[in-house]
Design a protein around this ligand. Structure first.
Ligand code: FES
Ligand code: CO
Length: 339
C-alpha cells in the first residue's frame, strides 16, 4: 500500500511535531506527501496551512510569525490561522485585502504534540487516561525519521516472534524463539491485544522493570489505533507500568516520523527519565535497523501473495484486512509499487 495514494488516510489524526518546537517560529512538515506549515495562532493554539503562498508560491515556512499571523518571507504577505490573507504590506491602507487564502487543515494540540488531519477526521484522537492521572508522569521520548512505512512499524509492534532475534542484545532471549500467543479483540478503532511474555532482565534494566531477577514477565495489554498509532502497555509483576505511545506519522510512502512518548507510574527518583529514554532508544535502534531493510510497500491485499506468513503474524494480518476493508468502504483499491 502506498500511503500517499490512499485518500482515506488523510482523514485520520497524526502527531506531527512537539508543540514546544513551534515556540521558535513556523515549522515545515510533509504529511502524506502534502507540504504543510505549522505555527502558533494568536491564542497560542497551533495551526496547519498548506505551505504555499498564494502570491508567488513561496513556502510560508520560510517566513516568521507576527502577532499570531504567519508572514511570507518573500514579500511579507500575512495569513491568519485559518489561512485567510490578512495583510498585504505593499497596499496603501485604504486598499482592501483581496479575498484569498491558502488551505487550512484540522489541527490541535494533544499529549504535548501538534496533531493534524488533512481531511475531515473519521474519529477523534484516541484517549490516554494516564495523561491526566497524577500517579503517572509523561516523558517525551523520540521524534525522528525512519526510512520505512507506517504499517511496517505498526506490525512490528505486535510481532511476538521478533524479540528473540532482533532484541537479542537487550531483552530478547535467542534460545527462546517460540512466540507467545496474543489474545486479540477487534474494536471499532482497531484492536486490543493481550499477551504475557518472559524477557531477559539485564542489570541496566533493573530500574526500568523494578526487579533485579535475571528474567521478568511483561503483561502486555496493547492497542492498535487504526491506521498508524499504537499503545504498548507493559505491566511488570511489581505493578510498575511502562506505557509507550506511538504515532508512526507518514511523511511519504517510504518515510515516517516516529513520535514516541511514555507514561510511568514511578518517579524520577525511582528511575530517571533519561535512563528510560536511553533504554528505549537502544531497543528502537534494533527495530529501526531491521525494519528499514524491509520493502516499505507493505501489501494489504492478501490476494497479492507477496509475502509468506506464520501464526505470530496474526495481528499484522488483521491490520492488513482492516485497512483493506477501510479502503473498500471508501471506494478505494490498494495502490502499490510496480514490481
Ligand atoms: Fe509570498 Fe510573495 S510569494 S508574499
Ligand atoms: Co521490537
Amino acid at each position: 500500500m502506498l500511503t500517499t495514494q490512499q485518500k482515506v488516510l488523510r482523514r485520520f489524526w497524526y502527531a506531527v511535531i512537539p508543540v514546544e518546537d513551534l515556540k521558535e517560529g513556523p515549522k515545515a512538515f510533509t504529511l502524506l506527501g502534502e507540504d504543510i506549515v505549522l505555527f502558533l495562532g494568536p491564542d497560542g493554539k497551533p495551526a496547519a496551512l498548506k505551505d504555499r503562498c498564494c502570491h508567488r508560491t513561496a513556502k510560508l515556512s520560510k517566513g516568521w510569525c507576527k502577532e499570531g499571523h504567519i508572514v511570507c518571507g518573500y514579500h511579507g504577505w500575512e495569513y491568519d490561522q485559518t489561512g485567510k490573507l490578512a495583510h498585504v504590506p505593499q497596499f496603501p491602507v485604504q486598499q482592501e485585502v483581496p479575498n484569498l487564502s491558502t488551505p487550512a487543515f484540522h489541527c490541535q494540540e494533544k499529549y504535548g504534540y501538534v496533531w493534524v488531519a488533512l481531511d475531515e477526521p473519521l474519529a477523534p484522537i484516541f484517549d490516554v487516561a494516564e495523561d491526566t492521572d497524577a500517579s503517572f508522569r509523561r516523558i517525551p521520548q523520540f521524534y525522528e525519521v525512519w526510512n520505512t512505512s507506517a504499517l511496517r512499524l505498526m506490525e512490528n509492534s505486535f510481532d511476538n516472534a521478533h524479540f528473540a532475534f532482533v532484541h537479542k542484545g537487550t531483552f530478547g532471549q535467542l534460545d527462546q524463539p517460540l512466540p507467545e500467543k496474543y489474545e486479540i479483540k477487534e474494536t471499532d478503532y482497531g484492536f486490543e491485544a493481550e499477551t504475557l511474555i518472559t524477557v531477559a532482565n539485564p542489570p541496566i534494566q533493573y530500574k526500568i522493570s523494578g526487579t533485579d531477577a535475571p528474567t521478568t514477565k511483561r503483561h502486555m495489554r496493547n492497542k492498535w489505533y487504526m491506521p498508524f498509532c499504537r499503545r504498548l502497555d507493559i505491566e511488570y509483576p511489581s505493578g510498575l507500568r511502562h506505557i509507550i505511545l506511538n504515532s508512526a506519522t507518514p511523511i511519504d510512502d517510504g518515510h515516517i516520523m516516529v513520535v514516541q512518548w511514555l507514561y510511568r507510574n514511578d518517579t524520577e527518583a525511582d528511575c530517571p527519565a533519561q535512563l528510560l529514554i536511553d533504554w528505549d532508544f537502544k531497543i528502537t535502534r534494533e527495530d529501526k535497523d531491521i525494519i528499514e531493510s524491509t520493502d516499505f510497500d507493505t501489501p494489504i491485499d492478501m490476494g497479492r501473495r507477496a509475502e509468506a506468513h506464520m501464526v505470530s503474524d496474526k495481528p499484522g494480518m488483521i491490520m492488513r484486512k482492516r485497512l483493506m476493508d477501510l479502503l473498500q468502504k471508501h471506494g478505494e483499491s490498494e495502490v502499490f509499487r510496480a514490481a
